[in-house]
Write a protein that binds this ligand. Structure first.
Ligand code: C2G
Length: 153
């Protein structure tokens, strides 16, 4: 039983995440995914929009994913690899070289990222619909409505 391990935030789950998990699963018989906790995300300098519970449930719902664990720190990988008897650590190639030091306890593979999609891009798209902009928009519509009312007497 070859066990594959990967980690990530998986916020605003998108096709890049799907493809990574599908690819990771092809390297073994069981895929375990460490999903970054909300607290660890802040340590990573990320504020995830979707809470950990939902991010973990979404990842767990993937048919290629067999188990989900919480990723709470940068330093848990070695313990996880040993505890899970993981044979291979798989990460997107934006992490190329960053986890080579685990090669003494498991294989390490970096797979090509999916271009043209990222959580930060999705956040940019969603930004205009943030509550501040929406309330500003509502205020301007009310002003316009009152102005039209006055015009019509
Ligand atoms: N990914 C990808 N293609 C994208 C976006 C992400 O292949 N367009 C991959 C990343 O390379 C990573 C995984 O999907 O392997 C999860 O990406 P993120 O949710 O951004 O997670 P990250 O911040 O890379 O966290 O300790 C490791 C960290 O937890 C990894």
């Amino acid at each position: 039983m070859r066990i594959v391990l990967t980690y990530g935030t998986f916020d605003l789950f998108h096709i890049g995440h799907v493809r990574l998990l599908q690819r990771a699963r092809t390297f073994g018989d069981k895929l375990v995914v460490g999903v970054s906790s909300d607290k660890f995300n802040e340590e990573k300098g990320k504020k995830s929009i979707i809470c950990y519970e939902h991010r973990a449930a979404i990842v767990a719902a993937m048919k290629d994913v067999d188990d989900v664990i919480s990723e709470d720190s940068w330093n848990q990988k070695e313990t996880d690899i040993k505890k899970l008897n993981a044979d291979i650590l798989v990460m997107g190639d934006d992490w190329e070289g960053k986890f080579d030091h685990f090669r003494d306890i498991c294989e390490v593979k970096y797979v090509p990222r999916t271009h043209g999609i990222s959580t930060s891009q999705l956040k940019e798209v969603l930004k205009p619909f943030s509550s501040k902009e929406i309330s500003d928009l509502k205020d301007s519509f009310t002003t316009l409505e009152n102005f039209i009312r006055q015009l019509n007497g």
